[in-house]
Design a protein around this ligand. Structure first.
Ligand code: GRF
Length: 197
C-alpha cells in the first residue's frame, strides 16, 4: 500500500485551493488529516463538511495573543500526527518558533508550503492579484514556495506566469490566476512527495 504523508491544511477564506488539494490528495501521495481555519465563518468550513475532512476552528483571541494561538494550532496538528503543513489562503504570518517545529534537517526547509498569487518576488503580501492588476503589468503569475519567517520569501518550488490582457476585467485576470493555482499547487506537491518514484 502507498505510504501517504500526513498533512494539515491551514485556510482562512473560501477554501477553493484547500478543496482542490483534498481532491488530488491520493495522486499527490498525501492524506489530509485535518483542516484548520482561524475564521469563525470561513467558506472552507462547509467545504470540509462536504468533503468529510476533519476541521478545527481555532480562532485568534486578542487577549491571549499570537503565541497562544499558534500553540493551540500546533497541539491540534500534533494530536492528528501531522508531518507537513500546507497553507491555502491562510492569512496569518507564522512565527519562527512555530516554523521551527517543522524544520526538516534533510531538506533544510520547514515542512510548510504556501501558494502565493503572484510571480514572486513581485507583489508579496496581501491582495497580490489586485496589486498586480492595478500596477498595469502585462503578466503576473503564481508561485508555490516553502515557508520561511519572511513574507512570501521562502525557497520557490514552482512558479508560472499568466497574461494580463488590456481588455481584462479584474475578475478575468484573477480567474486566470486561480485556474493556474488549481493546477500548480498539486503539481508542486507531487514534486515534493512523489519525487522518489
Ligand atoms: C488564493 O488566491 C490564494 O493564492 C491566496 O488567497 C486566495 C485564497 O483562495 N493566498 P481560496 O481560499 O483558496 O479559495
Amino acid at each position: 500500500m502507498q505510504n501517504l504523508v500526513k498533512v494539515a491544511i491551514l485556510a482562512s477564506g473560501g477554501g477553493s485551493n484547500a478543496e482542490n488539494i483534498c481532491k488530488h490528495a491520493l495522486e499527490i501521495g498525501i492524506e489530509i488529516k485535518l483542516i484548520v481555519t482561524d475564521q469563525e465563518d470561513a467558506g472552507i468550513i462547509s467545504r470540509a463538511l462536504r468533503l468529510n475532512v476533519p476541521l478545527e476552528r481555532i480562532c485568534y483571541d486578542r487577549d491571549l495573543g499570537k503565541k497562544d494561538h499558534e500553540m493551540r494550532i500546533f497541539e491540534s496538528l500534533i494530536s492528528h500526527n501531522v508531518d507537513w503543513v500546507l497553507l491555502a489562503g491562510y492569512m496569518r504570518i507564522l512565527s519562527p518558533c512555530f516554523l521551527s517545529k517543522f524544520w526538516d534537517k534533510t531538506l533544510l526547509e520547514n515542512r510548510v508550503v504556501n501558494i502565493h498569487p503572484a510571480y514572486l518576488p513581485d507583489f508579496p503580501g496581501k491582495n497580490a492579484y489586485r496589486k498586480a492588476f492595478d500596477s498595469g503589468v502585462t503578466e503576473s503569475g503564481v508561485t508555490v514556495h516553502f515557508v520561511d519567517s519572511g513574507i512570501d520569501t521562502g525557497t520557490i518550488l514552482l512558479q508560472e506566469k499568466i497574461k494580463r490582457f488590456k481588455e481584462d476585467s479584474f475578475e478575468d485576470f484573477q480567474q486566470r490566476g486561480l485556474d493556474l493555482e488549481y493546477r500548480l499547487y498539486p503539481k508542486a506537491l507531487r514534486k515534493i512527495f512523489k519525487s522518489g518514484e
